[in-house]
Design a binder for this molecule. Sequence first.
Ligand code: ATP
Ligand code: MG
Length: 431
Amino acid sequence: MALITKKIKGTEDVLPKDSYRWQFVEDIMRRESQSYGFKEIRTPVFEHTELFARGVGQTTDVVQKEMYTFNTKGGESVTLRPEGTAGAARAVLEHALDNEGLPIKASYFVSCYRYEKPQAGRLREFHQFGLEEYGTQSPIADAELICAAQSIFDRLGVRQLRLEINSIGCPVCRAEYHSALKEYFEGHKDELCDTCISRLDKNPMRILDCKSPVCSAIAKDAPKIIDYLCDECKEHFASVRTYLDAAGVRYEVNPTIVRGLDYYTKTVFEFVTDFIGAQGTVCGGGRYDGLIEELGGKHLPSLGFAMGIERLLMLMDKQGIEIPKPSGCDLYVATMGENAVVRAFEIIKSVRDCGLVAETDVVGRGLRAQMKYADKIGAKFALVLGENEIEQGFASVKNMKSGEQTQLALNDTFAEKFSVLQLAYSDSFKL
Ligand code: ATP
Ligand code: MG
């Protein structure tokens, strides 16, 4: 029969043989962010469209072109989340988490949906890990956040990932900057793309982030925000740099970074690599002091970052970073005859109860094929169970690597004895 359907363009499956790579990366992200004091938040995959329009920003590419928005049967407009911050911020407000003490430090794993042109490193469904910190204006928080991202990359063994930082100021310094930008781009109005012409009045900074080659060429010589920072923003940026220096985190100041979302203020940063082609930004983040107010809350200065898990895995792959494979199978119980199948079922249950991985035949293979299969799945030990073994109450457990055999009684203590054997084996294995 022909396939009913194929996966949607721009989406990917993670198959059982590969999921350990995701789990490894996620484990490190989880553990590392815990050491920095972040606790996980989980929010829905869809939200009211209004949340992203307000939170991400009306003039952004994400809101203007990329959102998966639809009307529900009840006539509400909902959107699949294009990023993780807006949902987290909404939850912080809805549950008044700021009443429980500041700062609020949250981490998240989310699937994101953006209607973009699929290509290497650019998907329509992709995954992000992110950190969020609400209720602090201290530059220590900016540095702490950047350090947390750097620590994750270090733990994963990722190399040659450039940290680029910038400050895009606050509404005070931006007013003057906007007029300078507007004046500059007005001079190139004939060459700009239609979207950018519409941005000229509403948000000229967005033009700096346009992906069209013509617009980005013009943007190269545009005035730089860093030359327009007010005293407070200048001081904040200098302090962030002092803390990063103190932590030994290396960075470059890149005055062209503005980030793709509207809510950023002051510090912005990206981790960029040349290893994975054009979509080389693995992590992006910064401060968004106005976001919570934009969503109807009080002034709650905040910051965060998101890293793209697919791009990170691509990078690790390109750099040949080996991800340890979890142990395949500790014990395979091969069976001959009806009685043996029942006894094997008991045995694997008791071995599994000890926290080990045990398997037996479930597809009706002959003995030889079972042993071949045990080898294929990397079983460390195998036990052959037939009428004789059951009658005598003993069976030999074979070390599949050395061929060595050990007799174990098939009684209630089998699982414990096997655990000890397995432990001894894993110790000698490590040596
Ligand atoms: P880009 O400039 O590459 O479009 P962005 O500025 O839109 O990125 P953010 O919204 O900051 O990206 O998202 C943070 C991270 O999520 C990115 O640095 C990237 O690693 C990842 N990411 C963003 N969009 C995609 C996508 N369509 N497919 C895969 N990963 C993505
Ligand atoms: Mg984008």
